[in-house]
Design a protein around this ligand. Sequence first.
Ligand SMILES: [Zn+2]
Length: 269
Amino acid sequence: MEKKEAVRVELISKGQFYPEPFNFSTVSMVEMDTGHQDILASELNIQKNIQFDLLLRELILFPPEWSSKQRTEYIDTLFTGDRIYLLLAARINGYGELYEAAATCPQCGHEKHLIDLTQLETNEVSIKSVSEGQNVFRFELEERETKSIEKTHGFSVRHIDFKFLSTQETRKYANEVLRRKREQQDENPITTRLAFSIVGVEGQTMENYSERFKFVKKLKPFITRRLLQYINNNEPMVKSNYDFICANCKNNFKADFGLEIVQLFFDFA
Ligand SMILES: [Zn+2]
């Protein structure tokens, strides 16, 4: 039987900044059924943390000529925000839009409130890439930042180039932090994250991971803080702040409930 489109999602990134042939703006998915739920519930999948990759593999209607390898590669290439957005659409299609989110009402202290997942806002990319369509963006340094780098590194830098992380890179970054923790080294979560995101300085690519790591580690925190904020503010992402109406006292309040995909598929209203 031919699979039928049930959900069409326009990616937060609109498919921009992906390499060909992955640069399409909308993704079609099939209806979620119990077989798909089995993928999420499988102990083995959960242990390997591949349940959501496998789910997307089954749900997405790929161009029929794509090989199995290309399909896997596409899912690995998705920006984290686009991936979350697709999973969110699947959740809404399979289980409905109501979700019980955790946030404390400032008036009465009540902690669980129903929200409508279709109302979540997204952070779209409004900055221009260094060259058309490519996943490389420029962070301009302020004068005091350039001066600071001259002091700490001994050379002059006026801008830092970075990219948005793919699903695979995000996974590598998280694994690297875990590995360091396991080996009882400093986890360096900020340095590690930025060493993955940075592409180069002054238009010069830094190919080597350890070179990028060393570069970031020596930066003064006021620079890395602003850089990280700049990346976060501009990367395609689903926002998890929400205008709540308290389930207990009907008070209106704004809060961030920390969207977790795992929770989305297990906490049902
Ligand atoms: Zn309340």
